[in-house]
Write a protein that binds this ligand. Sequence first.
Ligand SMILES: Cc1ncc(COP(=O)(O)O)c(C=O)c1O
Length: 405
Amino acid sequence: MNTEDFRPEKEVKVFYPPQRVLMGPGPSDTHPRVLNAMARPTLGHLDPVFTEMMEEIKSLMRYAFQTKNRMTFPVSGPGSVGMEMCFVNMIEPGDKVIVCSNGVFGGRMVENVERHGGVAVTVNDKWGEPVDPQKVEDALKKNPDTRIIAFVHAETSTGASSDAKTLCEVARKHDCMTIVDTVTSLGGTPIKVDEWGIDAIYSGSQKCLSCPPGLSPVSFSERVTDLVKNRKTKVHSWFMDISLLLNYWGSAARTYHHTAPTNALYALHESLLMLAEEGLEHSWARHRYNYEALKDGFATLGMNYVVAEPYRLPQLNSVFVPAGVDEKEVRRRLLAEYSLEIGAGLGDFAGKVWRFGLMGTSCRVDNVIFCLNALETILSDMGLKVERGAAAAAAHKRYATNPMF
Ligand SMILES: Cc1ncc(COP(=O)(O)O)c(C=O)c1O
């Protein structure tokens, strides 16, 4: 065989991605400061300058999660790896776990429990509704041998937010540990790991942190460390075993575990620094501020929310597609004509719902106005009766009455 036989069939050139506006369920746009940080010289992953930066990442992450947990670090892998890391370390064969399921990601947690030999007791809530703490309480009464409660704080498939504080209280009352998915909430809506008593938490870099995908910030309480230390069986994953990883992320005398994605970590460092500079409260308020304006614009287009107001995530807006509208064609035109990406509905919501993300650096006044104008033009073009200019005007009106920014 000749090496030429393996040449690509089509001519391959340098890849220049188009400049999009990412307003779907994630990833969101990466901030230019973060992109610049990624382009800095690669360091060895045991270089003392690099390991000093790792310490800063850990302390910035403690701020973002509001925790003093020693075991707070980014996992080299997307949110799904953060999720798996929690389950693989905390579950031993036969352990009973209550999993709250009110969308796609709760369903993935069930898969995780079962694949790691646990017994999943599922507490179901309707898609678009938050997890009901009373149902969890009832399930605990029926299953007093439950060891862990797992739930998604911000369900990206529906836009529903669950009451993490109350769910953690319920867990504590029954002497259970908690695993909490905050992939879509970190930086966008309040998370208070220590105050709420969360045991294991994971997130993703690509949503409200304005960072590219591929890293998963995680944090574990001392209760989790003790649990892992006292396991009867070995953790069923070498890569994700937190006691081994700690030799790299946890101690001053760092030893090789895996080659950390150095430039991706510069990006996370920059994005967490930006979050600290902005301040958590300000970031949470900014997400709400832009949501209010987008919501008012949607109302003029006859677009109704899937989730009831008190449980809505400002950073993930799920709305029903107006009757008679070809939802796929709208998304196609937004991308082709405006370079604007929005998300489709998943599962039961496929074809019926759009998901608009307002996450991280994508969560801006100009994006809200741009998105409403683009949507209104396309919907009007497609024959929907809309008052031209009304959507952006409604958003502007909301901004004018909110003195915050
Ligand atoms: C709530 C939630 N959990 C987990 C994940 C998985 O994260 P990733 O796609 O980074 O693996 C996502 C991704 O969108 C998510 O929204």
